[in-house]
Write a protein that binds this ligand. Structure first.
Ligand SMILES: Cc1cc2nc3c(=O)[nH]c(=O)nc-3n(C[C@H](O)[C@H](O)[C@H](O)COP(=O)(O)O)c2cc1C
Length: 489
């Protein structure tokens, strides 16, 4: 009898392993009970909401529900993406359809992750269990999905590419842990054929009002009483130079400092003259919505201390550019640390939202030291204007209830022995917001998504060459964990 060689055994074992891996990753159980019929919305609607969610992709076992991602959009039941889809369906009266693949993904999170990774890398198109025969009855297709591997799941391509979308409008929306929808937009445009693809939206910790504001902004919903004037926020090709607006007009600065045009003055109709420095990326031409970041100065940043003194003493406005190249950055120089400056900041934010093409889902703020006192008042008065707020080496002077109602994500960073404030006021603000969220019935995990208290020990500062913890607050501008948190929202 012929002797089996060692290498033959190795090859046989490898083949068996490969077959097992293929079976595990791509041969999940068949998904049954899938209909090609849509769930009907309002009579005569010409819109359809389609969505894909991991919750619909798990095999029908007891732990399928436990394996699904918690829903951040508490307004509706269902998985994260399902809840987002239902919010849009409720607001627009559209028909609804869930995209399901022919085979389930594995219930084990890492099983799904591995399959999704291979599918994304190989640009695969998984077979679908069913789908509507055609989309002839629709002009607008809202397409919802969780971000998978910095992209939309490949099943979205399977669905969209199977139709001729000429003349239709595709409106993408996503859910995710960290990433914005921008990571998936190239792919969505690719698989949408001849359709017009509108600005997408990440539905995360969102209320119906948030979603409705986005739909109004992109012209998909009639204006409602409670929200902004759609005219004001309709994306349009804007001139990049400052404009006169209903809120006032601007006298532009003539000098630059490290890419910022300095000493601009906004003559606010209600708040008087407001001085600010602004960085507008060269790529901005108004055709595409850009993020907006307001950074309020620390102890050397008021206007009387000298033009651009805030930019010369802090790095927040410069470091921020590394996180989003499509972001307008405003560094105001105000009059005090109190309410006057808070109202001026609000007026200036409103002006920018009106005069520039801004992605309303990416409006960020930070305040350092006295600027944090001011900015806490700003976000307390108008939490609806912002996506996330970073408070650095400061104390909270603003309202709490409004912020908790809006569920504005907030990060408090401070040294344990901050010479000016101590860390206690930050602890108190954090605790107060925490208990308000507890009263709302949020779980600890959900609250931790919204609130971070980051108290740094003295070593943090000395290791980076600073002995003073308060002045060392500027070091947070370089801290990728802190700045990354802000700009990942
Ligand atoms: C396979 C897989 C890959 C993921 N990749 C990302 C990612 O790249 N970025 C991100 O922010 N979230 C990622 N997530 C998190 C999901 O986008 C997030 O949990 C989403 O809310 C899930 O919605 P669903 O429960 O409706 O499926 C991933 C989740 C899974 C299962």
């Amino acid at each position: 009898m012929k002797k089996i060689k060692k290498w033959q055994v190795i090859v046989a074992v490898l083949l068996l392993l490969l077959m097992f891996a293929f079976w595990y990753l791509f041969m999940g159980s068949k998904i049954s009970d899938v209909s090609s019929e849509v769930i009907s919305g309002e009579n005569g609607t010409r819109s359809l909401v389609v969505y894909f969610s991991r919750a619909g992709e798990l095999s029908d076992t007891a732990d399928a529900t436990a394996s699904a991602t918690p829903n951040s959009n508490q307004t509706m039941d269902g998985s994260d993406t399902e809840a987002a889809a239902k919010m849009i369906q409720q607001l627009t009266g559209a028909d609804l359809y869930q995209i399901r693949t022919e085979r389930s993904y594995r219930n084990a999170f890492w099983g799904t992750v591995a399959t999704a990774w291979i599918e994304e890398k190989l640009d695969m198109r998984p077979d679908l269990a069913a789908q509507p025969e055609n989309l002839d009855n629709y002009d607008v297709i809202y397409v919802g999905y969780p971000i998978w591997w910095f992209n939309a799941p490949m099943a979205i391509g399977s669905f969209l590419e199977s139709y001729d979308l000429t003349g239709k409008t595709v409106v993408p929306f996503c859910t995710s842990t960290d990433n914005g929808i921008d990571v998936s937009m190239d792919y969505i445009r690719d698989v949408s054929g001849n359709a017009e693809v509108l600005e997408g939206y990440r539905v995360h910790n969102s209320s119906l009002e948030d979603v409705s504001a986005w739909l109004e902004r992109i012209g998909m919903l009639e204006e409602t009483e409670s929200s902004y004037d759609t005219e004001e926020y309709e994306p349009e090709i804007t001139d990049i130079s400052p404009k006169e607006s209903s809120f006032g007009y601007v006298t532009e600065g003539t000098e630059e400092y490290r890419g910022f045009v300095i000493d601009n003055v906004f003559h606010s109709a209600n708040e008087g003259d407001i001085h600010y420095n602004v960085y507008i990326p060269e790529s901005y031409n108004g055709s595409e919505p850009y993020a907006l970041y307001f950074t309020l100065p620390g102890y050397e940043g008021l206007y009387f201390q000298g033009v651009a003194s805030n930019l010369k003493s802090e790095e927040f406005g410069f470091e921020a550019q590394k996180y989003n190249s499509k972001m307008i950055i405003v560094a105001p120089q105000l009059s005090d640390w109190g309410e006057t400056s808070a109202n001026q900041t609000i007026a200036l934010v409103e002006y920018f939202l009106e005069a520039y093409n801004i992605d309303r889902s990416k409006v960020y703020a930070n305040g350092f030291s006295g600027g944090g006192e001011t900015m806490s008042q700003v976000v307390g008065k108008r939490p609806d204007l912002f996506t996330a707020y970073l408070q650095v080496s400061s104390q909270w002077d603003g309202e709490y209830e409004t912020v908790a109602e809006q569920r504005l994500p907030i990060y408090f960073a401070i040294g344990r022995n901050d010479e000016y404030y101590g860390c206690e006021p930050s602890q108190k603000a954090y605790d107060t917001l925490y208990s308000l969220y507890k009263n709302q019935g949020l779980s600890d995990a959900e609250i931790n998504e919204l609130l971070v208290l980051d108290i740094k020990e003295h070593d943090y500062f000395t290791e980076r060459g600073m002995s003073n913890e308060h002045g060392g607050g500027d070091l947070f501008a370089y801290d990728e964990e802190i700045m990354g948190w802000l700009f990942s929202h």
